[in-house]
Design a protein around this ligand. Structure first.
Ligand code: TMP
Length: 213
């Protein structure tokens, strides 16, 4: 039975999710709570292997449906092997991306259909959905500039898509947000790192302390 809290961070490229997750993780740990941080696609060996395949710049021939299925397969393995056991132990799970990424990237930007992508993902995740999703909203032009200036981040197959694709990803996320306001909170990722982290802490505080105490 699920006892923990499943918190997911979503958004386009260069929106600052990964840096923010590190700060939020440290903040939660400093408060002596049980917390793990993880990512999709990846987080455990099998899903990291799938990540290599799906994001390799060599795999130019990859079909959009194959891509969608690989993300769903990586998600399934990560969920059963890492996320569910941690939640059952009562941990707070901070996850960099989950099903909304597939809905925005494959469903909307790749034009496979948000509903269709949700249906293949239902097979992978069953009823497991995040308790709260934090959506980092940012003009993709700014996001792509940020990643091109970040020497530590390797450029992957999806980063190489044209600006128009990334604009469609943002549009996709906003459609999903409009239909799921009970679960998704949108933040303005163009603000300073400190302000973004403060915004997230204020959103998470009541959820974390109500859930855990
Ligand atoms: P990131 O972990 O560096 O954000 O890279 C993951 C990439 O994979 C990013 O471009 C978003 C993309 N992605 C999808 O297209 N669909 C998905 O379901 C997931 C989890 C990621």
């Amino acid at each position: 039975m699920k006892k923990g809290l499943f918190i997911v961070f979503e958004g386009g490229e260069g929106t600052g999710k990964t840096t923010a997750i590190d700060s939020i993780y440290n903040w939660i740990i400093d408060n002596n709570l049980n917390c793990i941080k993880t990512r999709e696609p990846g987080g455990i060996t099998i899903s990291e292997q799938i990540r290599q395949v799906v994001l390799s710049k060599e795999n130019k021939a990859m079909d959009a449906r194959t891509e969608a299925l690989l993300y769903a397969a990586a998600r399934r393995q990560h969920l059963v092997e890492k996320v569910i056991p941690a939640l059952e132990e009562g941990a707070i799970v901070l996850c960099d991306r989950f099903v909304d990424s597939s809905l925005a990237y494959q469903g909307h930007a790749r034009d496979l259909g948000i509903e269709e992508i949700m249906s293949i993902n239902k097979f992978a995740i069953g009823e497991y959905m995040p308790d709260i999703s934090v959506l980092f909203d940012l003009d993709p032009q700014i996001g792509l500039e940020r990643i091109s200036n970040n020497d530590c981040r390797e450029i992957n197959r999806l980063d190489l898509e044209k600006l128009d694709f990334h604009q469609r990803v943002r549009e996709g996320y906003n459609i999903i947000f409009e239909n799921n306001k009970d679960r998704i909170v949108k933040i303005d990722a163009s603000k300073s790192k400190e302000s973004v982290i403060d915004q997230i802490k204020n959103i998470l505080k009541p959820r974390i302390w109500t859930n855990i105490n």
